[in-house]
Ligand binder design. Structure first.
Ligand SMILES: Nc1ncnc2c1ncn2[C@@H]1O[C@H](COP(=O)(O)OP(=O)(O)O)[C@@H](O)[C@H]1O
Ligand SMILES: [Mg+2]
Length: 360
């Protein structure tokens, strides 16, 4: 058995999971925060790699990312024994847009599936999928259930102190796949305080943006894929003026969608005015304050919709249809789309707040 030094405690209940990893296939890890998932993921990856399998890790823990920046699902290939997932360079990332899956269930599940599929396309024989510690409540059942259906793991490897993930495992009791392996949490676990996790995220973002610079993107060649902004028809001038009058603040941009109207405004729109617009446009009227776009974390997408880099939105020029983005991606010409995230980040990686600016 190959593992890093003697510092790692390997409870005897882990043995079936190590055997499964050596045999290859897909193993999805479940467990609360600080149960040793990422440590186990590295160990399983070493076992698979040591047995000669082409081995990939999907890091779907968007809050405590090891592979690629936070707010993304990362994919790493294991070329040699690793002492931790942090050793791995990302082979690909997929932008989720938040450091918690709670309000991004679809995006988290989708990105996890996309990265697992990328591993398969790269010829992976063993894929280890590490996940967030969200295990409580219906929201966890929805997320883990979706991930398991999308990823179709051969094994679900559950780390639990007591029986906290049993409710997630119940559906598989009667099925042939996935097989469930229950592992005890190591007594050698070191827990991290919430502040420590936030500091780790900041360092990770800070390192990602260390050599970044500002680039200009055209909204015509790089449309926003998850906002009402570029999915509709721009409102003609006289209708813009009408909308501006109703909401009693400056309208920088307005689009008509089949289901209503979408405004980017400066300031706070009058709620009564928005209700008027809902009647006039026979649908919903949504408005986003332009100031909430500054410092927004965004994903930059390539010509197959793949995430090529992460950026911080610095400015949107609605008249010239340009965006200024701070990103380590040197050449912005390959950017074919933008995915909005929902958190604000400083250039040093400090999290400034969260916001929903998609208008969806
Ligand atoms: N089996 C183990 N033996 C020794 N230390 C461990 C073991 N599992 C986890 N740890 C330590 O506990 C901490 C939390 O583990 P980690 O794998 O990051 O948990 P999770 O990914 O579930 O949040 C880390 O500092 C890690 O080094
Ligand atoms: Mg982890």
């Amino acid at each position: 058995m190959s593992h890093r030094g003697n510092s790692l405690d390997i409870p005897s209940s882990w043995r079936p999971a190590l055997d499964a990893a050596r045999a290859g296939g897909r193993l999805l890890l479940l467990g609360q925060t600080d149960t040793g998932k990422s440590t186990l993921a590295a160990l399983l990856a070493n076992e698979a790699h040591g047995a000669g399998r082409t081995t990939y890790i999907v890091d779907a823990d968007v809050g405590q990312s090891s592979i690629g920046p936070p707010a993304c699902v990362g994919l790493g290939r294991v070329h040699a024994e690793v002492s931790s997932l942090d050793d791995l360079e990302p082979a690909a990332i997929d932008f989720v847009g938040a450091c918690s899956p709670v309000r991004h269930l679809l995006q988290t599940a989708t990105s996890t599936a996309v990265m697992t599929d990328a591993a398969r396309q790269h010829g992976a024989e063993a894929i280890i999928i590490d996940t967030t510690g969200l295990v409580n409540g219906g929201i966890a059942r929805a997320l883990k259930g979706a991930k398991i259906r999308l990823v179709a793991p051969d094994f679900v490897v559950a780390l639990q102190q007591e029986d906290e993930v049993e409710h997630l495992l119940a559906p598989y009791r009667t099925k042939a796949t996935p097989q469930v392996l229950r592992l005890h949490v190591s007594r050698a676990i070191k827990t991290r305080a919430r502040e420590e996790r936030a500091a780790r995220r900041q360092r990770s973002f800070g390192a990602y943006f260390a050599d970044a610079s500002s680039v200009e993107l055209s909204r015509d060649t790089a449309p926003i894929e998850n906002g009402g902004w570029t999915s509709g028809e721009p409102l003609p001038g006289h209708m813009c003026a009408y909308a501006e009058e109703r909401v009693a603040c400056e309208v920088l941009h307005a689009e008509r969608l089949p289901d209503g109207v979408f405004l980017i405004v400066r300031g706070r729109p009058d709620p009564a005015g928005l209700r008027d617009l809902e009647e006039s446009f026979d649908g919903t009227a949504r408005a986003v304050d332009a100031s909430s776009l500054a410092s927004l974390l965004i994903g930059l997408l390539g010509d197959r919709g793949q995430t090529i880099a992460v950026g911080i939105l610095e400015d949107v020029d609605f008249r010239r249809r340009h965006m200024t983005v701070y990103t380590p991606l040197g050449d912005a010409r390959m950017v074919r789309g933008v995915r909005l995230g929902s958190l604000h980040i400083g250039r040093d990686g400090t999290q400034l707040g969260t916001a929903d600016v998609s208008g969806e």
